[in-house]
Design a binder for this molecule. Sequence first.
Ligand code: ANZ
Ligand code: ZN
Length: 869
Amino acid sequence: NEEFDLAKLDGKWSSKWRSISPGGSIYPLSKKPVDAQNNKKYIMSQFPYPSGVLHMGHLRVYTISDVLARFHRAQGTTVLHPMGWDAFGLPAENAAIERNVNPGVWTRQNITKMKEQTALMMADFDWDREVTTCEQDYYKWTQKIFLLLYEEGLAYRKEAEINWDPIDQTVLANEQVDSEGRSWRSGAIAEKKLLNQWFLGITEFASDLNKDLELLNEWPTKVKLMQKHWIGESHGAEIRFKTNEKDFDLTVYTTRPDTIFSVQYIALAIDDKYVLKLAETNDKLKNFIEKAKNLPQDSKEGFELPSIKAQNPLANKKFDIPLFVAPYVLGSYGHGVVMGCPGHDQRDYEFWIENKKDSPILKSVDPVDGQQTEGPFTKQGILNSTAQEFAGLNSEQAKFSIIEKLSTLGLGKKSTQFRIRDWLISRQRYWGAPIPIIHCDSCGTVPVPDRDLPVLLPEDAKIVGKGNPLEHLKSFHETKCPSCGSKARRDTDTMDTFMDSSWYFFRYTDPQNDKEPFNYKFATDSMPVDIYVGGVEHAILHLLYSRFISKFLSKKGLWDGSEINGEPFKKLITQGMVHGKTYSNPANGRFLKPEELDYSNPAEPKVKSTGERPLISYEKMSKSKYNGADPTDCIKLHGADATRAHILFQAPVNDVLDWDESKIVGIERWLRRVLQFTSELPKSINETSASKPKLSDFNQFEVEFHNNTESILQNITNSFAETISLNTVISDYMKFFKLVSTAFENDLIHKRLILEKFEKLLISMSPVTPITSEESWEILKTGLNIKWETIFASKWPQVEKIIESNVTKYNVFINGKMRFTFNGDLELYKNEDKIKELIVNSEDGVKYLQNKSIKKIIGKSNTISFVLN
Ligand code: ANZ
Ligand code: ZN
């Protein structure tokens, strides 16, 4: 029936709720901080970049966090469910360049627009805690945190070869360059450039960041593995090789000290200091380095350094190890020097073949089973006779003994290396938080004093396109040294926006504080975040930076992070992507625009030009595939509830979701039936004056009804609280409703019992379908002449005990044929008189047995058989 217009109800309730609570939230949170004594839950979804449009991914992530927040609120928990805007960054600047609009104006307009869109989806955020990273009351504190890092030597400036994005004209962090060397944002091949840059010392925390992954047992394993790999903790040794050049030694990092007896060369990175010095007087080397810069990272070309040789610290005393310059050696890993073991390492093997052609290959470790193989033996094994006193040891023992020997010689020691590099946060960009540093010719780098924070970003800078407008804005960079008062220059770099998002969850706990980034107690009481919902695309960068900053702030005493060693996020939910329905031409695979399709039969669209059926697939939504869907269109058409329930129902939260709007009809039908049912129920209740039967007086149908509804309620509760299985929540609602509506029609169950269970259903639905639940609640209460109060004032329904049944279902056979079932007392089969009285006179019994002469009755615990004459 079309009587209930779901989309129309959205308007009714959002304005009604707004009139109850001005913020629009049905739970005016007040500025009251979370009380640690109180049961608290901090539930958060990753804040969006304010691009101006809410997309399906947003709809999915906010629906998940919203239903969880509403569930926990209904459970009586104090819930923090804040929202904000990751509002600095390139798109605003690009909009300024392309459309000549002010980035600040553009950003703030987008925020207004998107806020309205989140209101459409009925997301119940604590808007009184809103944070916006591009506003000075926020970035003042981002700057303060930078200065705290600076104080600890964890923010420093260094000339570094950086990844330069030639399209966006900015520096990229290592993390922002993919394995093919492309910028994560523009897709351009990153170039190398030397520049003075600000770094944050995340590597100081590398060991903790790696180790503490173990404490995060509510994080997806996949995310933890990605972080582990990114941090790349490696255990090995550093070993010193002397050379025939006076006072010149080479230190290598190796994970395989057990292979030291098969070292055949030593390779240095092309940017090694010694190499660069040699190149000043050696043109061949200079040319090689130039060439190598453009070789792929895994190239095995090499350049042998003339005359210099190294000595193996254990094998013999000769200076006979050649030195190479090799592009496969990373300047920034370990010591930028490798001991080459062609016999035991694949890369070294390939390098040796390419550079030394036919020279023999040495092996000092043999396979345990003695079976020699072609090529390098890269596994651990047993050291052979070339390993002198270490012969016969296995690799593990040998590593230990060799390191010990080397350390007594003063030529080696245990060492741990990390793949992760310090975090480059300088951006030669405009729309970001200015780095609060002043450069003075006599004092060097001087931090901006607290009293001068924030360093305001001038919002009226002229943005021309390339480069950083702050560099040309005298009113910005011309300043006085806070230390000596002489003329000085303000740093014109802005911070990587990942810096803004690395601490916003602290600010939510105390968003209006104008004395400090946040209050110690407020943060400590609320943190860590209990549930953080976000996309897996942030599995490395954002989460790692946030973990680093949280640990730093805890160490610095800004909050007490001891609960999980400074970790900010207790549970992480990574929602899957939303894929769009994509049509392509079977003839050539080209994606089809909507206007190229004939939808006259919606079940079977056709390609207009050929009449053929298009290929249908689900792909990442993109403009080029014409498969985008607008969440607000869907909401306007079907209402917020149906949209929310649909997006939850279509896939488990972690899986990819194939968005097919046509399937929403099932959800709509169900919601309309709920509303329809609600309007019928009160009439029958008013006719039944008697109150609900006592539990002990339940008839067998009531027992069954009670048990079934309560066990579904138990499932729903678990799905919200434990398993976050939000798709099954929706199917459970439907099952629950089916039980209630069937019971209502059958007239075997007391109407007051049906009402009681139905009310439980409505409350349990309210996190997902707030509108339908609230509307039903109103219809129901009005129909029953009870004063209406919002359904959100109701507590989450208590799951009642299942009633142990003394009733069983008998299969009734007549002359060997199963005819019907009968619910009867467990003892019934033993009592022929009772069987005659109850079964023979039952509705089915009358049908099959009336006027028949019964020869025999055989009763068993689950069957009753009649033998007729
Ligand atoms: C000798 C050796 C013999 C190695 C062998 C491996 C196998 P992970 O595990 O990633 O830490 N290495 C050291 N510094 C390097 C650099 N700057 N650039 C490229 N490679 C470098 O890798 C450690 C291993 O990578 C080290 O152990 C070293 O090669 C190489 F049978 O030393 B090994
Ligand atoms: Zn000075």
